[in-house]
Design a protein around this ligand. Structure first.
Ligand code: UD2
Length: 292
């Protein structure tokens, strides 16, 4: 956004992110450390703003299973705060980071937006509830909203250090250190892992695509290909130089077996096409963690 000349304001409570991630642009953006739970802070944040890209969440299935109230506060109440503040500040459009977890364990693959959602974990329920709030604020108040259902986003700067971190950030950092990763279940579960640049692209397209095609709508953002965890481990062996085997542990509660997106709606309405495929994304991500 800076590269194309936009003025940028960033709000983050730094619960999973780090200020050092934006150190090289900090003097060119207006960054404020606040929580989306704070409505007054959201009102200040939305003043004079054209577009809100709402990415803030507590993003973990197992964490939400342990703490459904915390997930509900951050992932639903926080979203409603952002929407109320954006509506009152007359923001042009709000783009929201929804989640593929909304589909749940429905056997149909690929998942498409017309399917009924069947969320399993409290996290998935909260992410889906916020999608409905997005639609509601468009229909009730005319605030243009677009929900992007992200499918397992990964890439540089993702925090690998928590037990709730995304699997690729964990596996890459462990394997680079020569430490053994743990696969929960048989490793045949699969994901439509999506490199971060594709999600960034989708956000920018969601701001500029015509309202008639996008407002009040939900779009899958993914690559349209799924890879099993066992296969992912194999792809990471040569990239990280890890020589051992993975360890297998019990299946994780609330987990989903297979996830794969139909991305034709995003292509038709937003002009979205994944620019970076899984292997190239893995390569770039491993390079980044290696350089840390
Ligand atoms: C869900 C959403 C994703 C995003 C994310 C946010 C689905 C299909 N995807 O991701 O879009 O919203 O939540 O957190 O619901 N695993 C291991 N070992 C580990 C860590 C994880 O085997 O050390 C497994 C885990 O059991 C799962 C897979 O790896 O089968 C992916 O786990 P994850 O936590 O990276 O992401 P997931 O699919 O819950």
């Amino acid at each position: 956004m800076l590269a194309r000349g936009d003025q940028v304001r960033g709000i983050d409570n730094l619960s999973t992110g780090k200020q050092e991630n934006i150190a090289d642009i900090l003097d060119r953006i207006d960054f404020v450390e606040r929580d989306i739970i704070d409505l007054d802070a959201m009102r200040t944040a939305c003043a004079g703003v054209d577009f809100v890209l709402h990415q803030a969440a507590i993003p973990s299935v197992p964490k939400s299973v342990l703490d459904p109230l915390g997930s509900n506060r951050a992932n639903i109440d926080g979203t409603v705060n952002v929407l109320v503040a954006a509506r009152d500040a007359k923001v042009k459009r709000v783009v929201y980071a929804a989640s593929s977890s909304a589909y749940g364990d429905t056997p149909t693959l690929p998942k498409h937006e017309a399917m009924s959602p069947h969320p399993i974990s409290p996290y998935a329920v909260a992410k889906l509830a916020s999608e409905h709030y997005m639609v509601s604020f468009y229909r009730c108040y005319g605030l243009e909203t677009v929900s992007l259902r992200y499918f397992n986003i990964f890439g540089p700067r993702q925090d690998p250090s928590s037990p709730y971190s995304g699997v690729l950030a964990k596996f890459i950092t462990l394997m680079l250190r020569g430490e053994q990763p743990t696969i929960y279940g048989d490793g045949e579960q699969s994901r439509d892992f999506t490199y971060i640049d594709n999600a960034v692209d989708a956000n920018l397209l969601a701001c500029s695509a015509p309202a008639v095609k996008t407002a009040g709508k939900v779009f899958n953002i993914a690559t349209g290909r799924r890879v099993a965890l066992n296969e992912t481990f194999k792809l990471l062996e040569p990239l990280t130089g890890y020589k051992g085997q993975p360890q297998y542990g019990p299946e994780r509660g609330g987990d989903i077996k297979h996830s794969l997106a139909d991305i034709s709606q995003a292509e038709a309405a937003l002009g979205y096409k994944p620019k970076v495929n899984f292997e190239e994304g893995l390569r770039r991500t491993v390079e980044w963690y290696r350089g840390k």
